[in-house]
Design a protein around this ligand. Structure first.
Ligand code: CU
Length: 114
């Protein structure tokens, strides 16, 4: 039922349900979005395969800061604190190797196909 004077609450509730439904379905490249998590000094997945035009969101789940840096490209995040995110849309096909600038042993890649 509609509660007079509180329409925003119902709108937000609807969006929350939508977001939960989307995350339950999993982050699939076909949706135009994909996700990488940083857990225990590692990018997960280490190799992400996506289609050109996909937007990738990195989320730092560690208690210490990390970054995303692909040398020779404009893929360069600011320092992400815990729960911090970085979003980049891949408009070109290719293989993009990247590291954490603070911990260069953290290596991963994004493979972008047409
Ligand atoms: Cu790091």
């Amino acid at each position: 039922m509609f509660v007079s004077g509180k329409p925003g609450l119902w709108v937000r509730h609807g969006l929350l349900c939508l977001a939960l439904a989307v995350s339950a379905a999993g982050a699939r490249a076909e949706d135009g979005k994909a996700a990488v998590h940083i857990d225990n000094f590692a990018f997960v997945p280490m190799e992400l395969k996506i289609k050109r035009g996909t937007e990738v969101t990195w989320t730092n789940n560690d208690d210490i800061p990390h970054t995303v840096l692909a040398v020779g490209t404009n893929i360069r995040s600011k320092t992400m604190d815990t729960e911090g995110t970085f979003i980049y849309k891949f408009d070109k096909a290719g293989t993009f190797n990247y590291i954490c600038a603070l911990h260069p042993h953290m290596k991963a890649k994004v493979v972008v196909t047409e």
